[in-house]
Write a protein that binds this ligand. Sequence first.
Ligand code: TXA
Ligand code: MG
Length: 342
Amino acid sequence: MNTQVLDKTQVNTAAEILKKGGVVGIPTETVYGLAADALNGEAVAKIFRAKGRPMDNPLIVHIADFGDIERFRLVKEIPESAKKLAKAFWPGPLTMIMKRTEVIPREVSAGLDTVAVRFPAHPLAQEIIRAADTPLAAPSANLSGSPSPTTARHVLNDMDGKIDAVLDGGMSEVGVESTVITLAADVPRVLRPGGVTVEQLREVLGEVEVDDAVLHQLKEGVTAASPGMKYKHYAPKANVLLLKGSDEQYISYVNAHAGDDVCALCCDEDLLLLRVKTLSLGRRTDYLTQAHHLFDCLRRIDENPTVHTVYSRLPSTEGVGLAVYNRLIRAAGFEVIDLEAV
Ligand code: TXA
Ligand code: MG
């Protein structure tokens, strides 16, 4: 298959492909998505094949207006909490899980009785959904297990020849995927942290739980509330190790383990002190910038085949830092070295 590269003037071409049951890489403000008509099960199945995604991992349905939830009868009932969250954060990097109707194909819901819905803020994502005149199912547009794509180039690196087209809408602003919250439980619960922070959600809803799988590896035999959280994820080919300790301990540990095959995924403040190859995510407490650069940095590591070991600091769990933490700890396969103990 020849993958067409479209620009922002070709929204209608993208929409025509989608209407015919094709698959298109689309820009969103979080990461690029691999989109297909969410109401067409056969079209959605193509997404799973292109990504090599396990069929038990459900997809997010993207809309371009709050009214689309009722218009397409996506959910049984819109909870009050969803209305409040939509008012505060939509369009934007928040995905809400609600009880689904029978309209949702089984490929999208992966056998669950719920559906995840998001109204993205990227103007081109909205234009494509409106022009296709249907909700779009879209996971991140990477090969399953790889870092999510934040540019059209990243999408092509993983998907060239496997999908009909990719529409180039520039670099994704947020850089990590949306926050996923379930409203189908008694108490709203965050299943995946992202651009909307737990602190912001609590301001609107009051009580909000954070699922155990956000910070920890799931214990053997425990069912994942969000199936995507059980897989090793976001991992470059090199071995990522997370170091827990002070700034000084991090610098001296990395310098003591210096070598041609070592790279430090660090902060701006560390750059002049480290004696190995470096990639900086941004300033130490600028979590938004760190999120924006995270996946691009993880992909760059793979562009340098001599790098075998990556030392990263364990990030803060404050604000959007929690999303960075959640992705890095998975990229590291939950391997953390406690520098107090070495
Ligand atoms: O920012 C984003 O959310 C991007 C862009 C393209 O919108 N999409 C994205 O999709 O990250 P994906 O498929 O890579 O991640 C969706 C996550 C997965 O962990 C999946 O298991 C979970 O959401 N999910 C989807 N539907 C669900 C449901 N009904 N119940 C529980 N978890 C669900
Ligand atoms: Mg993904």
